[in-house]
Ligand binder design. Structure first.
Ligand code: GAP
Length: 436
């Protein structure tokens, strides 16, 4: 694994991720995906959807609006409790998350506990602190032409509520058997006090979430199945090494306001262990709140027993950017004189790169174009590279994680075979074009 700076630099150099609004000096906590980044990001998201939704009979998808009726966030508890402890240095006016400045502190840290830790301001080194204030992390906006209290709306801080508010619509249109899940991928926004560690903590991120609805007394069984499913997905499909993933049973005082049990899946990122994703038992907290706030029944009628109840919920939730960084960190290798991104083949932006050995020999270029067209039809994600010398092309393809480089040389004109170079071993073998 490389250092975080090496990965940031590779991401910029090769067009994976750029600083958001870079041309205007940037916008903290926002990131733009470039041509290669979009390809990798879409592969992650498509694989997730394929694994969790398409391959199963008990999952359904939704794609809800980002701006929701503000009553959503009153009912969900986000208006009152979605807040981080903010502390301000009275000398330099730097603002920080108090719990991040004290070793082992939780989000419920008090001013007394913070002052007792005798922390120095990370910016100016002084120790003159304000009281801790709770800072709500939801971004507000105004809907319509008048900006007053009655037009306030929020950018959703989690995609989950778009699922809960559509629970009845889904039940009444596809009649699912319980247990069943509703999945969603999309943007979420959090006004983080201190965005940090590249894309790990952003103000705008993408989440992939499932709300899995179960009978109240059957939540543990589904929790365990979804728990082992996370390992299958992270290790088997994303190729993350088992030993870099650690489960953390979150103690009650650190759990979100809606959770009765949470396991965080931690990952060994370049800057240390951090949360990659969470698995939470949200009980019937959300559907119960919606029922109260809207006055509409959120009950499910069991098709076999006729029994009615408000389902309980297990929620696996993962941030796309955190998954992206985990995959990048696990794949990044520095070897002798090269940097290689050893991405699993299903995630690599391009599966093949095709080149003529020399770009000024029309017969080689023509043959290489034929090979390119053939592979493009078969594998879609194929790139063409005739820049620089062959060594430089390999270097570039190694850095963007292309598993195979195909080179057309003079012999190819005679034997209809090409040289195929393997990204990970650098071994080169001769392969008949028809066998590619
Ligand atoms: N619906 C539950 C929920 O939103 P969360 O633990 O606050 O729970 C779930 O967020 C996941 O979303 C996290 O595990 C992480 O992968 C991702 N995430 C949360 N905040 C993020 C941020 N500021 N930047 C990047 N990813 C974030």
């Amino acid at each position: 694994m490389g250092k975080l700076d090496d990965i940031v630099s590779l991401c910029k150099r090769r067009g994976f991720i750029f600083q958001g609004s870079e041309v205007y000096g940037g916008m903290a906590g926002t990131w733009d995906f470039g041509p290669l980044g979009v390809m990798l990001k879409r592969n992650l998201m498509n694989e997730w959807w394929n694994f969790w939704v398409d391959q199963r009979d008990d999952m359904y998808g939704v794609d809800a609006a980002i701006i929701m009726n503000p009553r959503t966030w009153q009912a969900s508890g986000h208006v009152d409790t979605f807040a981080d402890p903010l502390v301000e240095c009275k000398e330099c006016h730097g603002r920080f998350r108090a719990d991040k400045l004290v070793d082992g502190a939780t989000e419920s840290i008090t001013t007394e506990e913070f002052l007792a830790a005798d922390v120095k301001c990370p910016t100016c080194g002084k120790k003159n602190w304000s009281e801790i204030k709770k800072f709500n992390m939801m971004f507000t906006t105004h809907v319509g032409p008048v900006a007053d209290d009655s037009s306030i709306a929020y950018l959703r801080p989690e995609t989950a509520q778009g699922i809960f508010t559509n629970f009845k619509n889904v039940v009444d249109t596809v009649y699912p058997n319980i247990p069943f899940g509703i999945a969603q991928q999309g943007k979420a926004f959090r006004n983080e006090i201190s965005p940090r560690d590249f894309v790990l903590r952003d103000r705008e991120c993408s989440q992939m979430e499932i709300e899995y609805f179960v009978k109240p007394d059957a939540w543990e069984e589904s929790f365990e199945k979804l728990r082992s499913g996370q390992h299958e997905f992270l290790e088997g499909i994303m190729g993350l090494p088992k030993e870099m993933i650690h489960e953390l049973e979150v103690p009650e005082e650190d759990r979100a306001h809606y959770s009765k049990r949470t396991i965080d899946f931690m990952f060994d990122y370049p800057n240390g262990e951090e949360e990659l994703m969470g698995l939470a038992y949200r009980t019937n907290f959300d559907l119960g709140n919606i029922q109260r706030e809207s006055g509409k029944s959120m009950e499910y009628r069991d098709k076999v027993t006729g029994e009615t109840f408000v389902p309980h919920v297990i929620e696996p939730s993962i941030g796309v950017e955190r998954l992206f960084l985990a995959v990048m960190s696990a794949s990044y290798v520095e070897e002798d004189d090269r940097v290689v991104l050893k991405l699993p083949e299903n995630l690599a932006p391009y599966k093949y790169c095709v080149s003529p050995l020399l770009k000024n020999k029309p017969e080689l270029v023509e043959k290489a174009r034929e090979v390119y067209d053939l592979l493009k039809k078969k594998y879609t994600f194929v790139t063409w590279d005739d820049s620089g010398n062959i060594g430089k092309r390999y270097k570039k393809q190694d850095e963007i994680g292309t598993p195979k480089c195909v080179v057309v040389d003079f012999e190819s004109l005679e034997d209809d075979a090409v040289t195929v170079r393997d990204r990970d071993t650098t071994e080169q073998v001769r392969v008949k074009i028809e066998e590619l």
